[in-house]
Design a protein around this ligand. Structure first.
Ligand code: PMP
Length: 437
């Protein structure tokens, strides 16, 4: 067992106090605050490959990877070079550039049903815009989403959301007008009967069904066999669109995403897809896309308005393109190896120390539920030992491993997680399991 850091992190504690004066909770995205695991969030200073260094100069193995984007690890030399080269040209033109065309071409080439994409700056913007397009195209307003799925903080999509909403156990958020919430129907994930019943009753009002291609924001809960097919069949029967949110899974679960693993649903591909995270390479870039006839409804071709000052930003596009171009078969193979090694270590150590657990997968994306038995819905996911997770999280942090600070999040690895990184994690998992059992 290697060095063990103390629980207090003086430099981060000081920065957090300063931050709290000027930023709500001291953070710019709630899950960063360590509320559910307790303690002080580590302020980061730099990172290289799979390693992070915090303001106290401590080194951590990164199993957050910026919540997905850093699939090649931090500071990949080719991505860095592409970013620097783009930055030399200008940070933003507010006019089209070749780079954003190349990024759009790369996405279209990777995801078969996607003929056109519109680039935006965050996953939230991507899902918000996809929903607007679906509403515009169908002339309907109701959206169906699934409990535990997170699609960003879009008014209509916050109800029963995963990620931070799950972590904090928040009810539907204040600030979302009843009129917006009233246009959203929340159904249990993986429940085809509930879907069919809802469409039988209100099918003619429903513009779209939005789903995480494989859920990752309540922990990893892949669609049960036949669920995606049912989404396609039932939505099509009623003239509603199917929006597959691949912000997290896109370009991570496979060269295309979950779509590439599960294949096209019986009855045809989803109508719209949303992407983010990996395709921005760590910069603010995201996209939504689909069939050309549907995308043609967007301004300036069509009447559905959507825009962005920084959309297709040249530096972000350069980072995203360089990242995607380097997402080769070898990269996906390494993601598999690393996540399998980590999951095997969890199974081994948790079993040895009598810690009930369940590991679930979507490609190389996985999460660890502190409970026994399959998790197929948000209710299942909530039924786990969050207190134990908090203790395990801190045991890992003391041993220099930075897990996502919530039991509702996937563990993210990168292709830069080398054997040293894996060995470090495996040793920390064993020691932490022994400590918290
Ligand atoms: N959709 C999914 C599936 C996500 O995982 C996320 C973010 N975790 C979003 C949308 C929102 O993306 P962003 O945080 O970039 O707005």
């Amino acid at each position: 067992d290697g060095p063990v850091y103390p629980d207090d992190a003086p430099a981060s504690t000081q920065l957090l106090a300063r931050a709290r004066e000027v930023i709500p909770g001291g953070v710019n995205s709630p899950v960063r605050a360590f509320r559910s695991v307790g303690g002080t969030p580590r302020f980061m200073e730099r990172a290289q490959g799979p390693w992070l260094w915090d303001a106290d100069g401590r080194r951590y193995l990164d199993l957050v990877c910026s919540w997905g984007p850093m699939i090649l690890g931090h500071g990949h030399p080719d991505v860095r070079a592409a970013v620097l080269e783009a930055a030399e040209g200008s940070f933003s033109f507010g006019m089209p550039t070749a780079r954003e065309v190349a990024l759009a071409e790369e996405i279209v080439a990777r995801v078969d049903p996607v003929e056109q994409v519109r680039l935006v700056s965050s996953g939230t913007e991507a899902t918000m815009s996809a929903i607007r397009l679906a509403r515009g195209a169908t002339g309907r307003s109701v959206v169906v989403k699934f409990a535990g799925c997170y699609h960003g903080h879009v008014d209509a999509l916050l109800a029963s959301a995963g990620s931070g909403v799950a972590t904090f156990g928040l009810p539907d958020s204040p600030g979302v007008p009843a009129s917006a919430a009233g246009e959203t129907i929340v159904l249990p994930y993986n429940d085809v009967a509930a879907l069919e019943a809802t469409f039988a009753e209100r099918g003619s009002e429903i513009a779209a069904v939005i789903t995480e291609a494989a859920a990752g924001n309540m922990g990893v809960v892949p669609p049960a066999p036949g669920f995606t097919d049912a989404l396609r069949r039932v939505s099509a029967e009623h003239g509603a669109l199917l929006v597959s949110d691949e912000v997290m899974t896109g370009f991570r679960c496979s060269p295309s995403g979950w779509f590439g693993l599960e294949g096209e649903p019986a009855g045809g591909a989803p109508d719209l897809f949303t992407f983010g995270k990996v395709m921005g390479g760590g910069f603010p870039a995201a996209a939504f896309g689909g069939r050309a006839d549907l995308m043609a409804q967007l301004a300036p071709e069509g009447p559905v308005y959507q825009a962005g000052t920084l959309s297709g930003n040249p530096v972000a596009a350069a980072a995203g393109l360089a990242t995607l171009q380097r997402c080769t078969d070898e990269v996906y193979q390494r993601l598999d190896e690393v996540s399998e090694a980590l999951a095997a270590a969890v199974t081994d150590s948790f079993t040895r120390h009598g810690i009930p657990h369940r590991i679930q997968w979507a490609g190389s994306m996985f999460s660890v539920f502190l409970r026994e038995g399959a998790v197929s819905s948000y209710d299942d996911a909530k039924d786990q030992d969050a207190e134990l997770f908090g203790r395990f999280f801190h045991a890992m942090l003391r041993r220099g491993v930075h897990l996502p600070p919530s039991c509702f999040e996937a563990w993210f690895v990168s292709a830069a997680h080398d054997d040293e990184a894996v060995e470090h994690a495996v040793a920390a998992i064993e020691a932490s399991a022994a400590e918290v059992a």
